[in-house]
Design a protein around this ligand. Sequence first.
Ligand SMILES: Nc1ncnc2c1ncn2[C@@H]1O[C@H](COP(=O)(O)OP(=O)(O)OP(=O)(O)O)[C@@H](O)[C@H]1O
Ligand SMILES: [Mg+2]
Length: 133
Amino acid sequence: MNNHSCVKILNEWDIVAARQLGRNIARELNFGIIDQARITTAISELARNIFIYAGQGEIQIEKLLQGGKKGLKVIAADHGPGISDIRKVMEDGYSTSGGLGAGLPGVRRLMDEFDIDSDPKKGTTVTAVKWVR
Ligand SMILES: Nc1ncnc2c1ncn2[C@@H]1O[C@H](COP(=O)(O)OP(=O)(O)OP(=O)(O)O)[C@@H](O)[C@H]1O
Ligand SMILES: [Mg+2]
């Protein structure tokens, strides 16, 4: 079974493609309609951040099957400028682009697990997991 999918984010249309892929996989996993919406919103925010701040990168989506638990993992990875102060970008309203600064804090709230790994020399990887209830 192929439980690993990937969308390269190179332009704005790829954000839509990543979102659609996420919805399809969330459906396959039998997530409810509200959780499907949470997952697709989180994926759009992460894909949009890649496009705006890093220029390009990728969204990977993985199905998780762990001891009877089912879930979906999103990995948003880029080799862009990185984030120097992760604590700061997780504050509601913090934006370096005149945005709402709601993207990353929103993703954390929408998903069950959330992690950012970033290095100004290597780029940024955001990992988020949602479990089927
Ligand atoms: N992939 C990334 N690479 C580098 N910096 C990033 C990345 N993603 C987010 N950031 C930084 O984190 C800040 C906060 O991101 P967040 O998505 O929360 O808000 P925003 O993109 O500024 O506004 P919004 O998402 O509400 O439109 C951004 O302004 C940017 O400085
Ligand atoms: Mg954003």
